[in-house]
Design a protein around this ligand. Structure first.
Ligand code: PTJ
Length: 273
């Protein structure tokens, strides 16, 4: 089914359109097969959040943007799912914050880096790192394909944004003294636990919001942004995100299971408006 064939009155049309970006990305060699599993896992955790950005994620986003703006060498690491889900916001965020974009994938396969490069370029990207045009270097203590990095990017970065990560890299990058920002709907994942700042939200919602926030936070002084950063505790924020999920599920239990039917009917009627 193509994206256009998704019935607009389908109760889950919006979610299906997002899912289509991933399956279409697979057909175009941007997304790897495991990317389908990652998306499914993310969708499940998004149900627990009630499919909206919770307060702790908004707070984590502000701190993440402050970190990127105050960094010397900020880098946004892009994998297949990130490129397929929202290349445009990725490029916009890099532009707003003066961050570099580096393509870095876990599942190496012929043509994938080039397919991701083309997707980012179509979204307006300028300089892209990780294309192999300069001799790559490696991250110590990492054996996966992710160890291969660009000497102008992740290798010298002080702050790295790692959306939809698989958990093998955050720890190694932190050991190299870098601050890591993760975007992960699963607050229990190894990446979420190891990152300096974890945004427990859907990439599709939080990237456009981070672009807006970067426009706002640029108007603050460096010291004001530092104050935001110093007040943040990732551990507390993760616990608050888990609490949001627990509260959401508890409220569903209290209202009774029929709510899910009402919910779908509401979604359907709002789609038709
Ligand atoms: O393109 P590659 O080769 O670098 O591979 C990318 C994937 C995503 C396949 C790879 O990094 C991987 O296997 O990741 P995992 O281990 O499946 O972890 C992905 C994490 O992202 C999981 O914790 C998911 O819950 C989370 N996730 C999935 N979709 C979203 C998400 N978090 C935020 N927004 C999403 N849309």
């Amino acid at each position: 089914m193509s994206s256009e064939e998704i019935p607009p009155d389908h109760p889950r049309a919006a979610s299906l359109r997002v899912r289509h970006r991933i399956t279409d990305g697979l057909d175009r060699n941007i997304v790897t097969k495991a990317g389908l599993i990652a998306q499914g896992r993310g969708e499940a955790f998004d149900y627990f959040l009630g499919e909206k950005t919770p307060v702790p994620a908004e707070e984590a986003m502000k701190v993440a943007v402050a970190l990127i703006l105050n960094a010397k060498h900020p880098v946004i690491s892009v994998n297949g799912n990130a490129a397929a889900l929202d290349a445009k916001s990725t490029v916009d965020l890099a532009r707003e914050t003066d961050a570099k974009i580096e393509i870095n994938i876990f599942y190496a396969a012929p043509g994938r880096v080039e397919a991701i490069r083309d997707e980012l370029r179509a979204a307006g990207a300028g300089e892209l790192l990780g294309l192999g045009d300069v001799a790559p270097t490696t991250i110590a203590e990492l054996s996966s394909n992710r160890r291969i990095v660009d000497p102008r990017g992740i290798k010298i970065a002080d702050v790295v944004l790692v959306p939809l990560e698989d958990g093998d890299r955050t720890e190694a990058l932190r050991k190299e003294g870098k601050l890591i920002i993760a975007i992960d709907l699963n607050p229990l994942s190894r990446t979420a636990q190891m990152a300096s700042v974890t945004i427990v939200d859907n990439f599709i919602r939080c990237m456009p919001r981070m672009v807006e926030l970067s426009q706002q936070l640029k108007k603050m002084t460096r010291d004001e942004r530092d104050t935001l950063i110093s007040r943040f505790s990732n551990e507390q924020n993760l616990l608050a995100s888990i609490q949001v999920m627990v509260n959401h599920l508890t409220s569903l239990i209290k209202k009774g299971i029929s709510l899910s039917v009402e919910f779908n009917a509401d979604a359907q009627s709002s789609q038709k408006k």
